[in-house]
Ligand binder design. Structure first.
Ligand SMILES: Cc1ncc(COP(=O)(O)O)c(C/N=C2\CONC2=O)c1O
Length: 413
């Protein structure tokens, strides 16, 4: 409509995040290097190109910030729950418009983020001697959800053929069959590979788990962040007859509002929902409620433009890698804003890649070693940043890798 056409958002704007308690600028020493703030690098913090943690260097949409300001103007920030039916209507409308999926209002719970929801759901579903099944490589907090609950983690390594990941269903089924495997934390779309699972793959995962009495927590946090033209299918949509699939979704990734710590957890199973309602701390941040509702009511135009901008960033990376790092393996992912690149032919051996790039290139990134297993030789780059920053980051990365390769060749000659 005319207001959508009129509104254009500036994704090239460079926004100063220093002094805002941002993990992205101030938390990398502890998170990536398990080091204190005394750890030093040849580059100043503000000189670092930050491509690690998955939040964006784009302003949170003005429609969302306006909603938060409007709530602030009510001037009292007291204990809050969700009483206004408009919240569910906003979420339900979004799911219908984008995924042609609907679920009953009473299935909708909320959490202060998906990670805490994973911790709680795993605890509520599993007995102390039971196990948690994941696909690897995996987002590290899936492992933490098992560790946090002192439960054994079972990993099913995905098959990687020239950078194209598929599920090893023979292995997955053998592990799902194990009598003590009780829950699968399933990432749909998948972080770090960026895969959107096909309907056939989703059906096989569901059938294997459900026929082996394995619950599924389908973590779909990245589901709005698709390459233009791609579509997402919620796993639960394919299995309307079961109540053993819990769906976790959130605007936090989509609209760069992870700091507001608010996500939707759709729990169809009455018994599990009763436990959640009895055990989960239910009060909510009123600013997060307002922001989430506004995201789903007014976020369409911003998201459409974000996706086009990310398409451009991915196209740039694709071209750049082909030209400057021809031995690397990279495919533009179906979803997420994360580039998962196999740089093994260039990478220095037996060193920490995050430390190598931080010290040699002034680039902060995560490597396959941070994704539980099955990620050797890979780096993951957060592309949700202005293109000028992306260009500088890629230039620094390729410069140090090409030099590294030249040094290796000079030694072997
Ligand atoms: C699959 C997945 N689930 C959950 C979360 C976090 O959810 P929250 O608790 O914030 O609601 C993330 C964020 N992924 C990140 C965050 O930094 N690096 C990543 O790969 C994620 O990728």
């Amino acid at each position: 409509n005319s207001t959508e056409r009129a509104k254009s958002y500036n994704f090239d704007e460079i926004i100063d995040r220093t002094g805002t308690n941002a993990m992205n600028t101030d938390g990398f020493r502890q998170y990536i290097f398990n080091a204190t703030s005394e750890m030093t690098f040849p580059f100043k913090d503000e000189e670092m190109i930050r491509m690690w943690i998955a939040d964006m260097d784009f302003a949170t949409p003005p429609e969302i910030l306006d909603a938060v300001k409007q709530r602030l103007d009510r001037r009292i920030m007291g204990y809050s729950q969700i009483f206004d039916p408009a919240y569910y209507e906003a979420v339900a409308s979004w799911m219908k418009r984008y995924y042609d999926w609907c679920f009953p209002k009473e299935h909708l719970e909320t959490s202060n983020g998906i990670i805490p929801a994973l911790y709680e759901l795993v605890e509520y579903i599993c007995q102390p001697d039971e196990k948690v099944l994941i696909l690897t490589p995996s987002y590290g907090f899936f492992k933490s959800a098992a560790d946090h609950n002192r439960l054994e983690l079972v990993c099913s390594d995905m098959i990687n053929e020239q950078g194209q990941y598929t599920i090893d269903f023979k292995d997955f089924e053998a592990k799902a069959r194990h009598e003590k495997v009780r829950v699968c934390i399933f990432c749909n779309p998948h972080n770090p590979s960026g895969r959107i699972w096909s309907t056939e793959e989703l059906e096989r995962v569901g059938e294997i788990c459900l026929s082996n009495d394995v619950w599924i927590i389908s973590d779909e946090i990245h589901c709005d962040l698709l390459r233009t033209g791609k579509t997402h299918t919620p796993l639960a949509k394919l299995f309307p007859a079961t109540d053993r699939i819990i769906t976790c979704m959130s605007p936090s990734k989509t609209f760069n509002m992870a700091g507001l710590m608010f996500s939707n957890v759709i729990i169809p199973n009455k018994g599990l929902r009763d436990i959640w309602q009895a055990r989960h701390y239910g009060f909510k941040n009123p600013l997060s409620i307002a922001a989430t509702q506004a995201a789903y009511e007014h976020g369409d135009a911003w998201l459409r433009q974000l996706k086009l901008y990310l398409d451009g960033n991915f196209a740039y990376v694709d071209e750049y890698v082909k030209q400057h790092l021809p031995l690397a393996v990279f495919h533009i992912p179906d979803a997420t804003y994360l580039a998962w690149i196999d740089i093994a032919p260039y990478a220095p051996k037996d060193v920490s890649l995050p430390l190598f790039f931080a010290e040699q290139a002034g680039v902060l990134l995560e490597d396959g070693g941070m994704f539980v297993a099955n990620g050797e030789g890979y780096i993951r780059l957060n592309l949700a940043c202005p293109r000028s920053i992306l260009k500088e980051g890629l230039s620094r990365i390729s410069r140090v890798l090409v030099k590294q390769q030249e040094d290796m060749l000079s030694v072997t000659v």
